[in-house]
Design a protein around this ligand. Structure first.
Ligand SMILES: Cc1cc2nc3c(=O)[nH]c(=O)nc-3n(C[C@H](O)[C@H](O)[C@H](O)COP(=O)(O)OP(=O)(O)OC[C@H]3O[C@@H](n4cnc5c(N)ncnc54)[C@H](O)[C@@H]3O)c2cc1C
Length: 175
């Protein structure tokens, strides 16, 4: 198993965009950050692959720059249905169309440069007191962050899913 520190300030469960952004923010505050994800980078998933203007602003604050050759700017959004369509331009700024794997690679690179410890293909299987069990290996933390996506087990462990409404949706992506 890849080396894992025995303790950290912030343990982040999930190394998607939210987890990596949180890790970068923690490092900006001088905190030690460990990200654990059961998948291996670059992580892909069905996505519209559009970063909104405010996302770009936050990325800039986190010190993340996107290579201009790897994204396409866009001014607004259009939803197209069978019988109608609706569209609007952003009131400020531009968005960026960027492949999800490219965004993930960029975030991973910046996280590595910032000193984030990333443990890929390892699962958080339990959290007890101030210990998270990563493939049964205990890691002590001061703060734990659940960034483990839509089916978050962290949300269940924290008993925050009581009001969850199940509303199935289908997403398709075409390039
Ligand atoms: C069809 C579709 C289109 C979308 N289009 C857009 C768009 O155009 N623009 C936009 O901004 N957003 C879009 N979104 C939303 C966006 O994809 C999500 O908001 C985003 O992925 C959330 O990121 P995240 O890091 O929270 O979760 P995720 O990207 O889901 O990452 C969670 C990670 O946690 C890991 N994990 C889970 N459990 C564990 C565990 N126990 N131990 C270790 N690791 C674990 C998983 O492997 C995963 O990598 C779209 C969503 C869908 C479904």
């Amino acid at each position: 198993m890849e080396y894992l520190p025995r303790e950290t300030d912030v343990l982040i469960v999930g190394g998607g965009p939210a987890g990596l952004a949180t890790a970068l923010a923690a490092r900006q505050q001088g905190l030690r950050a460990v990200v654990v994800d059961s998948a291996a980078p670059p992580i892909d998933k069905a996505c519209g692959e559009g970063l909104m203007p405010d996302s770009l602003e936050v990325l800039q604050q986190l010190g993340v720059t996107l290579d201009p050759s790897k994204y396409v700017p866009f001014q607004g959004i259009r939803f197209i249905g069978e019988i109608s369509r609706v569209e609007a331009v952003f009131p400020f700024g531009t968005g960026a169309g960027v492949r999800r794997v490219t965004l993930h690679e960029t975030l991973v690179e910046h996280a590595a440069e910032a000193g984030v410890h990333m443990a890929w293909q390892q699962r958080v299987s339990n959290v007890r007191d101030s210990y998270a069990y990563v493939n049964d290996h205990p890691v002590s933390f001061r703060w734990i962050v659940g960034a483990d996506g839509g089916n978050s087990i962290m949300r269940r462990w924290a008993a925050l899913d009581a009001g969850e409404k199940v509303s199935p949706r289908f997403g398709f992506r075409r390039h």
